[in-house]
Design a protein around this ligand. Structure first.
Ligand SMILES: [Mg+2]
Length: 242
């Protein structure tokens, strides 16, 4: 049995103190000349792709798909540049118990760890590096993978949970694959959108009330389990490996 645990980033692993939003705003201003472009755009639980697209649409800058690909690539570059500065400006923190939990999970040989985040890959890795959470997390689903969070989670599952690629499987004589089955895959996140994305993919969700939603709200959204926080490593492990 191979368990796959896929983590959301903001308000689940860490809180940047607003550094991400600040950097996105500055990047948009740098490229499109509009200040506070995202201030009326609801970002919670959305992918960065979705947030950026809404920013363009709100300010009548959204054209066709080809232009969008180019605009998105330029935006990611600018955002990465701004985030390196704003991470130092905005005081944030690692959510309680996260380093201990990641170490405990990484120590098991029946676990694959990954990310299922709305952050772009590069900005995600910058945040994790800044908060020293990058030792066990690098692959997964990211903000440029999809506009819709459920589709991003699908990519995370493909990359982390599915075992060896088919081409390698035959070379290793492993026809059955060593991937996780759906009930061995968990999405860990803080918003109803994390929960909905897990359900859309037929996998389980561990929701954590370290963001804007209460445990009750997360349960109402369909979370398999909702906890106040992830500070009690033994409790979390008993949930994941019940
Ligand atoms: Mg989050």
């Amino acid at each position: 049995m191979t368990h796959t645990i896929l983590f959301d980033v903001d308000h689940t692993l860490l809180y940047t103190g607003g550094a991400g939003g600040l950097a996105m705003g500055r990047a948009f201003q740098q490229l499109h000349g509009i200040e506070n472009a995202f201030q009326n755009i609801e970002a919670t639980g959305r992918t960065d792709w979705s947030i950026f697209k809404r920013g363009l649409q709100t300010h009548d800058l959204f054209d066709d798909a080809q232009d969008f690909d180019d605009a998105l690539a330029a935006f990611i570059d600018a955002y990465v540049g701004q985030l390196a500065t704003t991470l130092r400006e905005a005081p944030g923190y690692v959510e309680p118990g996260i380093p201990e939990l990641l170490d405990a999970l990484a120590a098991r040989d029946d676990v694959r760890l990954g990310l299922a985040t709305g952050n772009f890959r590069r900005t995600c890795l910058l945040k994790l590096e800044y908060y020293e959470l990058n030792a066990h997390l690098s692959e997964g689903g990211f903000g440029e993978d999809a506009e819709n969070r459920g589709d991003m989670v699908t990519r995370a599952i493909e990359r982390v949970a599915s075992g060896l690629p088919a081409s390698d499987r035959s070379a290793h004589g492993d026809n059955a694959s060593n991937g996780s089955r759906p009930n061995e895959i968990w999405i860990v996140g803080d918003t109803p959108r994390d929960v909905e994305a897990a359900r859309a993919n037929g996998v389980r969700s561990l929701a954590v009330a370290t963001g804007e939603s209460t445990a009750g709200e997360l349960r109402a959204a369909g979370a398999d389990v909702a906890l106040k926080d992830l500070s009690n490593t033994e409790e979390v492990l008993s949930v994941l490996f019940d």
